[in-house]
Design a protein around this ligand. Sequence first.
Ligand code: SF4
Ligand code: SF4
Length: 138
Amino acid sequence: MKSDLRFECTQCGKCCTSRGDYAYVYLNSSEIEALAGYLEISVDRFRRKYTFVDEDGWTQLNFTKEHCIFLDPETNGCEVYGARPIQCSTFPFWRSMVKDGKWTPQVAELCEGIGRGRKYSLEESEVPMRQYEESDED
Ligand code: SF4
Ligand code: SF4
């Protein structure tokens, strides 16, 4: 199968905004520790201030009505970029976003970087996809 996966992030910040199914950032314990360390606060404080536990027992980042708690709406930048969760760093290379070597219409609608820039091979795209899947197992 050939790849048709072109992508280049424009830094528009849209993937960090509250958009139905995409308004969730899940955190495993390593990510929580990394974020707390990045902000130089304790894990307990980080959990209290920036996260909640959902009905299924998963820890998620807080969102305002409009966006992730760490999105700076002035610049569209991530305030914890150096320690951002794997879900964020691997976007849009999620298995659910790719079908038959092409981006799905859903991700193309959400992300303006889809279809821009260079083409990623299926082998290259497999790396972030696996990284994302493995982050669930932590
Ligand atoms: S929506 Fe796409 S182009 Fe915009 S910041 Fe997110 S990854 Fe980059
Ligand atoms: S942690 Fe950063 S990259 Fe992830 S959704 Fe929040 S602002 Fe966006």
